[in-house]
Design a protein around this ligand. Structure first.
Ligand code: SF4
Length: 96
């Protein structure tokens, strides 16, 4: 249904016939870590996130997985595998 309070007219899974069912009955304002993210929109209560009603929850366990301005960096050196072993392992699964 469409939100009628913070982002009027925006489709939202938390809006029901009885209003916003998210905790506290509303989206929450963005966190300082959100600054620079392309998903920030201006709602009736201020700057909110267009995809996550609680930005503080998104940042409580590390980097927000929806963030457009920050990414988790994975070092490729750590992921190097032996191509011969990988080939044998792949072929091993195809035996009948
Ligand atoms: S996607 Fe994550 S970083 Fe971006 S505004 Fe929403 S909560 Fe903040």
């Amino acid at each position: 249904m469409q939100c009628q309070t913070v982002l009027p007219g925006t489709e939202c899974t938390f809006w029901s016939k009885s209003g916003c069912i998210f905790e506290g009955g509303s989206c929450q304002l963005i966190e300082a870590d959100c600054e620079g993210c392309e998903r920030i929109v201006t709602g009736t209560i201020g700057q909110v996130c267009s995809v996550a009603p609680s930005p503080s929850h998104k940042w409580s366990v590390g980097i927000c997985n929806f963030a457009t301005h920050r990414r988790v960096e994975i070092k490729t050196e750590d992921l190097k595998i032996n191509p011969l072993k990988a080939s044998k392992k792949a072929a091993g699964g195809k035996k009948k």
